[in-house]
Design a protein around this ligand. Structure first.
Ligand code: ATP
Ligand code: MG
Length: 407
């Protein structure tokens, strides 16, 4: 019986002058999520409604669950603002719940001050009529009800709703600027990317791939992960930059002392990332580091790697433990992709015991001895990027492609 979904913006209403920009971005995002459906979108100054037309409410809620910056949603019905209609519709709504609940209460908000009753009077009158019909199964509990029927009396129309589903929260897509996500095939970096997006940072992804040293499946994972998180972006697509890292990787394996391989590898990755940011006007690097998780993620190690750039490096999962990260990865549907058993350049040929307290002095010594700058230059000149869309990843494997066929 619901004909619409009411959308609440939450936090956004606090943002003063930016509010208009924020709301326009939210509106644009919601419109993109509902492209090719038959819903209509109604916008008022503090809310938005999705008018379902023929679409299923579950599908619409799922789409809304991917819009960053939305606080909550309620399936709702719109009726004329007169007491009789409000009562009969309220009874219908609660009839639907009698198998699930015993206690309820009614709460009214009356914006229409011409309505001939006050809010408490409306709540009381409606509860009384509900009990006349459903009193055998339902009862009122004003302190701790299982369901609260909310009645918003506006001028011409009144909105009724019972359930509230929480959205992602955060800020609208891209409202705070752009970050370059260093994405691996692991569990952490896609989660970090999602969290950055949720907080209003638009992301582009950068992956260092070492095919044929590493299997093609590891590049495929990154394409699929990018496609999976692109559903949280403004346009359902994310730009993925692929850098072939094989030559650099080989040189590291040949020249760098084993315990410093990972540290040097990371320093080179960050140098290249910073150059790409400069080229593409991206204002921060985002990664999936979480302190203490592996040897390369001690504070000393982070510091030595970070030294190669002045750009802010945002680490959304830095203080999360693995279980917390996995929980989010499952929610955003990246977990199953991340655990496919293929290695990327950080897991193949890595030393058994990497240094946990690398020093800058030692890194600089190694980098003086082996000059990576020509290869770094070459990588930055030759890298390729393309947009990956939500429902349109690429299947390298079944097409028999190598990475350079599509990038
Ligand atoms: P993840 O689960 O994200 O792979 P991890 O716990 O395996 O993280 P590391 O392999 O040490 O940790 O990587 C730390 C971070 O470095 C990753 O989260 C990612 O941001 C970045 N990174 C690692 N490998 C690559 C790669 N091949 N291309 C781009 N970024 C990478
Ligand atoms: Mg990894």
């Amino acid at each position: 019986m619901y004909d619409r979904i009411l959308i609440r913006y939450g936090d956004l209403t606090l943002k003063g002058n930016n509010k208009k920009i924020f709301l326009n971005r939210i509106y644009q995002t919601v419109r993109n999520k509902f492209a090719k459906t038959s819903v209509t979108i109604e916008k008022t100054f503090d809310r938005m409604y999705i008018i379902l037309n023929d679409e299923s409410i579950e599908d619409c809620l799922k789409r809304l669950g991917t819009v960053c910056g939305l606080y909550s949603f309620s399936p709702a019905i719109k009726v004329e603002s007169n007491l009789e209609t409000i009562i009969s519709s309220s009874i219908e709504l609660l009839k639907d719940k009698i198998k699930e609940i015993v206690t309820f209460k009614v709460e009214t908000k009356r914006a229409n001050k011409n309505f001939p009753m006050t809010s408490p009077e409306i709540s009381k009158a409606v509860s009384k009529e509900i009990l006349k019909v459903l009193g055998g199964v339902l009862k009122v509990d004003v302190h701790n009800p299982e369901k609260t029927l909310r009645i918003d009396v506006k001028n011409e129309y009144t909105y009724l709703y019972l359930d509230e589903v929480f959205g992602l929260g955060g800020f609208p897509p891209g409202i705070l600027g752009k970050g370059l996500l260093l994405i691996s095939g692991g569990i952490d970096s896609p989660v970090a990317g999602f969290l950055a997006m949720k907080q209003g940072i638009e992301i582009e992804c950068l992956h260092f791939e070492s095919t044929p040293l590493t299997p093609i499946e590891s590049a495929q994972k990154v394409i699929d992960l990018t496609a999976a998180i692109s559903k949280y972006s403004l346009n359902n697509r994310i730009k993925l930059h692929m850098i072939n890292f094989e030559k650099i990787h080989q040189l590291i394996l040949k020249e760098v002392p084993e315990s410093y391989m990972i540290t040097i590898m990371r320093r080179i990755m960050y140098k290249i990332a910073a150059l790409i940011c400069e080229k593409d006007k991206i204002s921060c690097i985002v990664n999936g580091e979480s302190v203490g998780q592996v040897a390369s993620q001690t504070l000393e190690s982070i510091q030595v790697v970070n030294e190669v750039t002045n750009l802010p490096v945002i680490r959304p999962v830095v203080t999360y433990d693995k279980l917390e990260i996995i929980k989010i990865a499952k929610n955003i549907e990246t977990f199953d992709i991340s655990i496919r058993p293929f290695e990327d350049c950080c897991t193949v040929y890595v030393p058994k015991s990497p240094v946990t307290r690398p020093t800058l002095k030692r890194c600089l010594e190694i980098e003086r001895k082996t000059d990576f700058s020509a290869l770094i230059e070459e990588a930055v000149q030759n890298y390729k990027a393309r947009y990956i869309e939500k429902d349109q990843g690429f299947d390298l494997i079944s097409e028999g492609f190598i990475v350079s066929d599509i990038f």
